[in-house]
Each structure stands twice: as structure tokens, then as C-alpha cells.
Design a protein around this ligand. Structure first.
Ligand code: HEC
Length: 477
């Protein structure tokens, strides 16, 4: 044990408490970096109310020059003086002015607030090489790298998306920072494709057999990427590992990166156009007729006032139907570039939409538990209503060739419907919790559902027999 004289130790404590230059023995920590140590705290706990759109207290913190300029009360940071910096004071104050507001979220953890204090004491500087006017969200995104997926999952992932492979032999499931591929009917894990996105919310195979994936990290970032699941990988104990973060032979294209998760995807019936919608409220459409690598963004529409949860093309790909958390379904005319119709009847968040197999109608589902059929032209009259589910309906999948619609619900079931008449065909039960994902096999003979608990089930569409059942958590027995 190294010995310290008591007086020296006391003196060191005193010097430290007085905030004078730290003694060399105190391991001389590197200066606090704004972008590495401070900005992530702000992103997690402040940006939600202090950004370019929502400037609470007239204060936008998402660019360094605006952060230091402050809001209606003036400059909140006095370099070198923590006591005069409201920016830190509001994080640690015991009174009602605390930030984030007490009724709106947890306080900044003391260790992180202490880093902010040290950053101010050290001069409140921006790291060299960053433009003071740069968008900090983009700067943080550029510096962030995704963690490696756990070899063995401690908890099963919420299954937000799944898709049959084009040969119908396997299921692709969204895991944590990866896509997992499971052979059927055994439910054996065969492939793991690492992704930057923490979660996949929509999976869609394109004409050339590559996979479009919409996802992200909620509240942080979102993307739509295209992967080749047959790309090169490393095989170990029967599982092939692909790098969808850095290997350009696996991640073929990034169609968009944005500030929040992307939640839904749709392919035009001729498979030449792809549409996506998500938490940033935008609906984007790409022309992918020359492949995803040469995708061209043709439309960016913002017609909903909240998250876009569902999107679908009409048969002629002239119209786009969208479902919003703002309680409306809408129809967008792609040629005219304008919103042509709002369907308000759900009166609750609308979770998914599709056009009917004949292309003449739209079916939407949502938190009101109902299936509603309506006309995408004229006044958007409701034409049909199914008996619905016993709880919220989250997703739907259409298999046009067999005229079958599948819906996934919080009532723990997947239900099959005659898509033209909206009449129930079959209820597929057995999943233990909310069903968030549903998909048809390419030939329409099987239906897969994925639940909040990580459970996946595959049923035969004709008789409802269970074809496969497994938990989509790598490494779990
Ligand atoms: C849930 C929303 C919310 C969050 C999160 C939030 N704030 Fe605020 N903030 C407000 C509102 C509202 C005001 C205006 C309060 C007022 O004027 O009385 C405000 C005002 C401020 C002000 C004063 C601005 C001015 O010039 O008047 C500062 C500084 C501030 N916040 C810092 C922060 C920091 C730092 C964080 C993160 C640790 C944070 N806020 C997180 C809502 C929020």
C-alpha cells in the first residue's frame, strides 16, 4: 500500500474542494470533450424540447452557437464560472425550475451533471474541427458506432418486423442491432446480419432478392438500408455472420438517414418504387427501377402531424395511402404531389393501410380495433367494416393472389380475412402477447406472426395448423 502523509492528503482534498488546479496525483483527467461527454447528455435529456422546431424558452440547443447564445433569458453559460451558468444550475437545482421539468422526466444523473460543470470550468469549449453552426444531432450520429449484437441474448427481442425469404424456406426477424435468419420449420438460426439500426420496423424483399429494411434507434436516428443476405460472411458453428454495418457487399445501399426511426415500407405492385414513413412524419418515395444502389428520391411529403405508421401504393402506383398516429389515414396523389383525401373515421391512431387486391379500395386498421374499408377517391366514404379484433390492431399484410388479408393485434392473435369482403376466415392464436409483426410466405400458404415476447409462430393459412414456433433470441435454449 502506498503511504500518504495525512497533511498532504488533507491538503489535496482541500485544493480539490476549492476547485483550484487539481493536484498531479489525482490522475489528471483529460479535459472534458463537448461532443463526446456533454452533447450526448443534451441529446438524451434536453433536445426533445430545445430543438429547431420546438424551442422551449425560445432556446434551441441543437447547434453550438445557439446553445451558447441561449433563449429568452440570455446566455446560459459563463465560461469558467459554473455558479453563473444557469445551464448547469438548472440541471442540479432543487427548485421548480429544474431541467428537464420535474413532471417531464428524470433529472440529469449527478455524475453527468458534474461533467457538464467541469466542461464549463474548463472554458466551455467546442472541440476543434467542429463548426459552431453544425447540427449537433448529425455530428453525434457521425461519431456513434453500433454495439456488436450479444452472442447470447439475455432477453428476447420485441419482434417488430419479420419477412419470409423469397424461397419461402426461412424467416428474417428483426433482432437487436441485427437481423436474424431462421430456417423453417425447425426455427434454427442460420444467419446474423449486423445492422447500425437497433431495431428493424419493416422488412421488404425487392425484385432482385435484396432486402429493404426500415428501422433505427427511437428518438435518435433512423434509416432505410438495403442488404444482400447472401453476401459474404464468416461461418461459425452453423451460423453465418454478416457485417451489415461496414461491408459494402452486405449493406448495398443507404436510401436515407434521418433524425428518428423509420417505421414502415411499401413496394409498388410493379416493384419499381419504394415508399417509407416514420417518426419524422415524412413519407419518402424512391424510384428503384435500376436497383437500390441507383435509387432516386422522387417525393418527400409531410402530410401527417405525427408519426407515419403505415404506407401503401395503389395498383397503378399513382396514389399512396398512409396511416398516421395523428388519427388519420390519408391519400397522396404522387403525380400532382398533393394530399387528396383524409379518412378520419378511426378517430384513434391508424397503424396500417393497404389497397384492396382490385386496387379500388383502401383498408386501414388501428387503435380503434376495427378494420375499415373505404374509397381512396371522392369523399373517402367508408364502404365496409370488418368485425375487427378484441384489442388494437398493429399491422396488416395482404396476399393479393389468394385475396387474403392478415392482421396482427394486441389481442394476441393473427386473423385472416377475405380481403374483398372483409369477412373473417380464421383466427390464429397461440402467441403469448401483443403481436407486432405479420407476414405471408411468397406463395400465400403460410402466415407468420411475431410478438412482444420474441415469440414467432408460423401457421398454415388453409387450416391454421402451427408449422413452426420458436423464440427469435440467438443463443437461448
Ligand atoms: C420536457 C421539455 C423540456 C426538457 C426535456 C428540457 N427543457 Fe429546458 N425548458 C423547457 C421549457 C418549457 C422552458 C421554458 C421555461 C420557462 O420559460 O419558464 C425551458 C427553459 C430552459 C432554459 C432557459 C431558457 C431561457 O433563456 O429562458 C434553459 C437554460 C434550459 N431550459 C435548459 C435545459 C437543459 C440543459 C435541459 C436538459 C438537461 C432541458 N432544458 C430540458 C422545457 C424543457
Amino acid at each position: 500500500m502506498p503511504r500518504l502523509c495525512v497533511a498532504c492528503a488533507l491538503a489535496m482534498v482541500l485544493i480539490y474542494l476549492l476547485g483550484l488546479s487539481a493536484p498531479a496525483a489525482a490522475a489528471d483527467p483529460a479535459p472534458v470533450s463537448f461532443i463526446r461527454d456533454v452533447a450526448p447528455v443534451l441529446q438524451e435529456q434536453c433536445f426533445a424540447c430545445h430543438n429547431g422546431r420546438k424551442k422551449s424558452g425560445k432556446y434551441d440547443m441543437t447547434r453550438f452557437n445557439l446553445l451558447t447564445a441561449g433563449g429568452s433569458s440570455g446566455e446560459p453559460i459563463t465560461a469558467g464560472n459554473v455558479a453563473e451558468s444557469d445551464f448547469h444550475g438548472l440541471m442540479v437545482t432543487a427548485d421548480d425550475r429544474r431541467m428537464p421539468p420535474r413532471d417531464k422526466g428524470d433529472g440529469v444523473p449527478p455524475a453527468r451533471a458534474a461533467l457538464v460543470a467541469r466542461w464549463i470550468r474548463e472554458g466551455a469549449k467546442l472541440d476543434p474541427g467542429i463548426d459552431p453552426g453544425a447540427d449537433l444531432v448529425k455530428e453525434l450520429r457521425a461519431r456513434w458506432s453500433p454495439p456488436a449484437p450479444a452472442a447470447v441474448y439475455a432477453h428476447p427481442p420485441v419482434v417488430n418486423a419479420l419477412a419470409f425469404t423469397p424461397d419461402g424456406q426461412s424467416l428474417v426477424v428483426g433482432g437487436r442491432h441485427e437481423l436474424t435468419v431462421w430456417s423453417l420449420p425447425a426455427g434454427k438460426l442460420t444467419r446474423r446480419v449486423r445492422t447500425r439500426a437497433e431495431r428493424a420496423y419493416a422488412l421488404l424483399f425487392l425484385k432482385d432478392g435484396t432486402l429493404a429494411v426500415a428501422g433505427g434507434r427511437p428518438g435518435q436516428e433512423g434509416d432505410v438500408c438495403v442488404y444482400d443476405l447472401n453476401g459474404p460472411g464468416r461461418t461459425d458453428a452453423g451460423v453465418t455472420y454478416l457485417d451489415g454495418v461496414a461491408d459494402p457487399k452486405v449493406k448495398l445501399a443507404t436510401l436515407v438517414t434521418c433524425d428518428d426511426a423509420v417505421l414502415c415500407l411499401a413496394l409498388s405492385p410493379d416493384r419499381s418504387r419504394l415508399a417509407a414513413g416514420g417518426c419524422d412524419r415524412a413519407v419518402r418515395v424512391w424510384d428503384i427501377s435500376n436497383g437500390a444502389k441507383s435509387a432516386k428520391l422522387t417525393h418527400t411529403a409531410e402530410t401527417h402531424t405525427d408519426w407515419v405508421l403505415g404506407v401503401a401504393f395503389s395498383a397503378d402506383a399513382k396514389l399512396l395511402a398512409t396511416a398516421g398516429r395523428d388519427k388519420a389515414a390519408k391519400v397522396y396523389d404522387l403525380a400532382a404531389n398533393e394530399s387528396v383525401l383524409t379518412f378520419p373515421a378511426h378517430n384513434q391512431p391508424v397503424h396500417a393501410v393497404t389497397f384492396t387486391p382490385d386496387g379500388q379500395g383502401v383498408i386501414s386498421v388501428g387503435a380503434d380495433k376495427e378494420l375499415r374499408g373505404w374509397s381512396p377517391t371522392g369523399e373517402g366514404k367508408q364502404t365496409k367494416a370488418g368485425p375487427g379484433h378484441a384489442d388494437e390492431v398493429f399491422r396488416l399484410a395482404l396476399h393479393p393472389a389468394t385475396n387474403t388479408l392478415a392482421t396482427a393485434s394486441a389481442d394476441k392473435t393473427v386473423r385472416l380475412w377475405d380481403a374483398a369482403k372483409l369477412q373473417p376466415k380464421r383466427t390464429l392464436a397461440g402467441l403469448p402477447d401483443h403481436v407486432y409483426a405479420v407476414a405471408f410466405s411468397p406463395d400465400g400458404t403460410r402466415v407468420a406472426g411475431g410478438a412482444y415476447t420474441g415469440d414467432v409462430r408460423v401457421w398454415a393459412a388453409a387450416d391454421g395448423k402451427v408449422v413452426a414456433a420458436f423464440v427469435a433470441a440467438p443463443g437461448r435454449k
